[in-house]
Design a protein. Sequence first.
Lengths: 208, 208, 249
Amino acid sequence: MSQAAEVECLLFVAGEPLQLADLARAMQCDPMDVEEALRELQVELGARGSGLQVLAIAGGYQLATRTEYADTVARLAARSDSRLSRAALETLAVIAYRQPTTQPEIEAVRGVSVGGVLKTLQERRLIVDAGRKATMGRPILYVTTQEFLHYFGLKEIADLPPLDDADVSAIVGKVAASAQPAPRSGGADPQEPGTAPQDDAPIGEASS
Amino acid sequence: MSQAAEVECLLFVAGEPLQLADLARAMQCDPMDVEEALRELQVELGARGSGLQVLAIAGGYQLATRTEYADTVARLAARSDSRLSRAALETLAVIAYRQPTTQPEIEAVRGVSVGGVLKTLQERRLIVDAGRKATMGRPILYVTTQEFLHYFGLKEIADLPPLDDADVSAIVGKVAASAQPAPRSGGADPQEPGTAPQDDAPIGEASS
Amino acid sequence: MLSAARSLLFRLPAYEGPLDLLLQLIRKSKVDIYDIPIAEITRQYMATVELWQSMDLAVAGEYLVMAATLVEIKSRLLLPAPPPAEGDDTEEDPRAELVRRLVEYERYASVVDGLKGLESYRRDLYFRAAMEDPEAYLLPVPEAALDGRALLAALQRALEAAGVKDALVTAVVPRRRLSLRMKMAEVLRRLRSSAEGALFSDFFEVPCRRYEIVLLFLAVLELLRVGKVRAVQRNPLADIRLTAVQEAA
């Protein structure tokens, strides 16, 4: 066991940039030791001509493929039979039942960041950008596509199995209420995906 | 650029088991070259004491952390302890070694009803409904899935620990020559999980 | 007596059914599975089931069916053997069917430990993006296997997970709700309403969200910078008193 290998494992499983503090906590060591381990790992990867490298990115560290291998990787991504990951499926499910919906709303439901998954789903034409929501930050609204219907063998969105389980509805309501600016009927009701988003109301007495 | 590094990049970005054919297509080379590259990569990872390893799992190849680093990774990615119950494992064992098999057959072997367990196993995608048996009542046939192989870290069904077949048939001959039909190849042979179900062969007196 | 009952209570969940119970009794008695002393094993089996019943434990029907089977085998063994059927040179032992079932069950039960070992080993392996969902098998979902139900199941999974991760869910709200400008106005209004101002700590109402603390801190810093607020701290770590700077009339 080496610290370089430890840091390699952590960057590998994370799939998103990790900060020194995260790494130090998992490795139960000093951030300076982590930096040393990162340097060691980078040297080892280079020495054996690995396809991977450590990147300092977005305020953290991440494993990534080297640019020389971009073409090879692209050929894999383009395989026709590539299928949906579980993360993609769950994200797609949220969009299908709540459309139009935004990245922050999806993330509120799934509890993880979904930027990469949204990109994949867009590339596969299963979802599409349908304008922007009139709230702070004007997030992009996503809806499902014809290809989505085709992929799941549906004639229309209304053919999706109804969400009638009381537990699920309760959770939807809860999640929606917290993800929405105010507890309004529109967003919280998964049966009415087409409800127009309402304007951002100013908050209480703060508007002096 | 090396083929070992190429294969490393592909396994890294896929994050799911890749088959030789997928790898060969992306690398634009022969499957045999891919196998060679996989071996090279495994040797290189071992030689530099990497935290990662190549696994042959669920019918493909996948990068994974080494078990020595499980504790470190667990501190980053907490998982609930959702191991399978003994009832679930027994039921899975019957399905895995006898597949395709039906609920009455499993219940005959285990001596208890297994409806709830089957539902759990299906929800966890460890087993799947594979049509119906052409016997009275047309019971659903269950088989194990790729997820089953992945859950137990197996490449294929043949990697399951052997059911001590020879011994058992000798025993069966001794105690109940009349009760047991001639030892058949279908259900009990883990080497041939895909063997077509011999319809209405009375599997082990399931109905007794 | 009590301890015996208690140990049984603990052991109860260990039985995976009547066959499992029978096998354990046979093993405990160290008898040959192919020559079960049926009277003795039946007695032990019945004693166990009766103990459960005396403890008001719901005994599953399967255990009772097995009890009946055992009694039937016992009674058949007591009867004189019937004359051998024509053309049949072996005499069927009444225990044969039971033994066959026990052996068959034991075959599968015996691989469970192996499977448990594989499960443990596999759970020590982590795959890419395991942090997002350590339980996922990280397998692609086959296209053919997907339909609307799969999508619904995926949503339910996601929602259940969200129900557990309440903190993460509610943390999304503030991002677009509060601005620094709003907070500055709020602080200033409150300070102006009182000649002696207010303590910095007074602004924190429990429970206080992290973003509110940060926002409040930034608002006070900004108000200090633009000279609308004065801050006085008597000694290190003491509470900070904030007062509004009087506007020139």
